[in-house]
Ligand binder design. Structure first.
Ligand code: GLU
Length: 453
């Protein structure tokens, strides 16, 4: 079977790290199985959906390394949904209901008070043509419910009807359709709730695996029943745990700071974000993985934990730093140039371990090129003057620092911190920074000499 997955965001805001999880898991699953990934905008909510968010979603996915094979918009497929709805009406599989929300709420409360499950009683199904005509004459518009197949002959006498699926994350699942209300598929204003278009699209687009957050698990039993009513074999389902912050808070409220764009602006690497978004709440330790291909090889849907995937946003920076420390110059060369850094591989290799983000290299480049305010305490003035006259001649290499400091040690008897720190502070203007063995030749003799005077 060919693998086709989909990621179906509503373009009503920017993607955050919590949305990156289903997007990436779907993409990695497709990558692992040589399948296809459909980006499908759930944009039937015209008021809240915005074109700029749709664009931003595609851009943010691209930044993560997700390049959809196909892009679809539900707003362009309304005629498909209309045609399918007409068919279901003709078959009696969906039926009109006229209750107002407050009426439904009152009924639910009454059922609960009587100790009964708050399941819709199919009152709409009992209406005669005449009663319907009257309601419509009063200007009432119906919403449409799907008649769940949870009875033999009489829809008012439901019986236990199990729907099973083998969830690729959570194992065997069972839902009793008799415990559920007939789902509303079409609102009174004629617009569609997410369920119906989603199923029709999954069928039309040949989706083989629906991989999504566990917040959708309650919908799946109903959706399987609708797939079957439409004569389609349901896809396979996988419901992964959701990312939450350490205190268990969902991410929607924090989406600003943890939006993919904010993380990108903070200089985080897409692979740091991807590693954290995918590996949190799995059997793998959280480590910076360097390519999506490698991450795809690590993906095991059954290995995703059933409890929530708690993470600490503060873990992103150290994860990013680890990734940056291991980056080859070739990987970052273009980005360094864009930052205005003219340094070559020797520069990058000297400073990368002192960078949390690639952008941090700019600070070190400024230390190389200057101007630098040398830090020389009164007690070190003579020592620095001596260091100046003993500065080795060119050519410089990684041996130069040890040649120079060895010589100064012999001449002054200084050692350890008392020997190295005054030199570092004079040459770089800082009391911390890259290993001088590598950094000194990058700074070069001319700059060094100027800072020692
Ligand atoms: N728009 C839905 C969501 O983002 C899609 C759910 C699904 O994948 O079926 O939650």
């Amino acid at each position: 079977m060919s693998v086709i997955v989909r990621f179906a965001p509503s373009p009503t805001g920017y993607l955050h790290i919590g949305n990156a999880r289903p997007a990436l898991i779907n993409w990695l699953f497709a990558l692992k199985h040589g399948g296809e990934f459909v980006l499908r905008y759930d944009d039937t909510d015209r008021e809240r959906s915005r074109a700029e968010y749709a664009e931003a979603i595609a851009e943010d996915l691209g930044w993560l390394g997700i390049h959809p094979h196909r892009v679809e918009r539900q707003s362009e497929r309304i005629s498909v949904y209309d045609a399918a709805a007409e068919k279901l009406k003709a078959q009696g599989l969906i039926y009109p209901c006229y209750e107002m929300p407050d009426e439904l709420e009152r009924r639910r409360r009454r059922a609960r008070a009587l100790g009964r499950p708050p399941v819709y009683d199919r009152a709409g199904l009992r209406l005669t043509d005449e009663e319907r005509g009257k309601l419509e004459a009063q200007g009432r518009k119906p919403h449409w419910r799907f008649l769940l197949p949870n009875f033999s002959d009489d829809p008012f006498t439901t019986e236990r009807t199990e729907v099973h699926w083998d969830d690729l994350c959570r194992g065997p699942q069972t839902v009793d359709l008799a415990s559920l209300s007939d789902p509303v598929l079409i609102r009174a204003d004629g617009s569609y709730l997410y369920t119906f278009p989603s199923i029709l699209d999954d069928i039309d687009m040949g989706v083989s695996h629906v991989i999504r957050g566990e917040d959708h698990i309650a919908n799946t039993g109903v959706q399987i029943a609708i797939f079957r009513a439409l004569g389609a074999e349901p896809p396979k389902f996988a419901h992964h745990n959701l990312l939450t912050t350490a205190d268990g808070e969902g991410l929607s409220k924090r989406s600003g700071a943890l939006s993919l764009r904010a993380l990108r602006e903070d200089g985080l690497e897409p692979m740091a974000v991807a590693s954290l978004a995918v590996l949190t709440g799995t059997s793998h330790a959280i480590e910076p993985v360097t390519t999506l291909r490698e991450l795809a090889d690590m993906l095991d849907l059954a290995g995703i934990s059933r409890s929530s995937a708690k993470f600490d946003p503060a873990d992103l920076k150290p994860l990013n730093a680890k990734l940056v420390h291991g980056m080859d110059h070739a990987v970052v060369a273009d980005r360094l140039r864009e930052l205005g850094i003219e340094g070559d591989a020797a520069f990058w290799e000297a400073v990368r371990e002192n960078c949390e983000t690639v952008g941090d290299a700019l600070g070190w480049w400024k230390v190389v090129t200057g101007p630098v305010e040398p830090q020389v305490g009164d007690e070190d003035r003579d020592f620095i003057a001596l260091a100046r006259v003993n500065l080795p001649q060119e050519p410089w290499s990684e041996e130069t620092w040890s040649e120079w400091t060895k010589l100064l040690k012999e001449k002054t008897g200084r050692k350890g911190r008392g020997l190295f720190m005054p030199l570092r502070k004079a040459v770089t203007g800082l009391d911390h920074g890259p290993d001088m063995k590598r950094f000194l030749p990058v700074i070069g003799r001319r700059n060094t000499l100027a800072r020692l005077s």
